[in-house]
Design a protein around this ligand. Structure first.
Ligand SMILES: C[S@@+](CC[C@H](N)C(=O)[O-])C[C@H]1O[C@@H](n2cnc3c(N)ncnc32)[C@H](O)[C@@H]1O
Length: 150
């Protein structure tokens, strides 16, 4: 059984290069970004990119490496009222993991050229998964406090 104090080690598989050196003014969600980026995959993981080029979009999973301490109540980007952290996409989290669906423009060796980035430059990459609408899309969703804001 996993106990509540268990720790897990993650190792970056690459780095995400984006035009954003700092947070102010940068996109707050990938769906609202047209910015292009380059995902650099470390050499030992490059064979895992085989067959990815047939996909139009990928899910990038990454570490918010510049996030500070978390709070369980936050004032998110799209509201001036406080909300429970887990009802938001706020970057400061107990495990500061981000995910973004981005357009896969091209695969070039160990580099993915992508569009729609919303992470800071040099964000450590943890994983890549193909975006598959049949798996990842849901009809008739409710969006809680974000209703009318997205
Ligand atoms: C609201 S989060 C959403 C990220 C992702 N789409 C998600 O839902 O997990 C995006 C914001 O996190 C911040 N951010 C992005 N990359 C970061 C990083 N590497 N470390 C700390 N904060 C970061 C920026 O302020 C950016 O606008």
């Amino acid at each position: 059984m996993i106990d509540a104090q268990a720790e897990f080690t993650v190792r970056p598989i690459g780095l995400i290069h984006t035009p954003f050196a700092d947070s102010p003014g940068m996109p707050i969600q990938a769906a609202r970004s047209e910015a292009v980026g380059r995902v650099e995959v470390y050499a030992e993981y490059v064979p895992g990119l085989a067959d990815l080029n047939g996909f139009s979009h990928v899910i990038l999973v990454y570490w918010f490496h510049r996030a500070g301490d978390f709070s369980l109540a936050v004032r998110p980007f799209l509201d001036d009222r406080s909300h429970g952290l887990f009802a938001t996409r706020y970057p400061t989290r107990p495990n500061p993991i981000g995910l973004s669906v981005v357009e896969l423009v091209a695969v070039e060796g160990g580099a993915l050229h992508v569009r729609g980035v919303d992470m800071l430059d040099e964000t450590p990459l943890l994983d890549i998964k193909p975006f598959v609408a049949a798996f990842d899309h849901r009809e008739d969703v409710r969006v809680g406090w974000l209703t009318g804001r997205v």
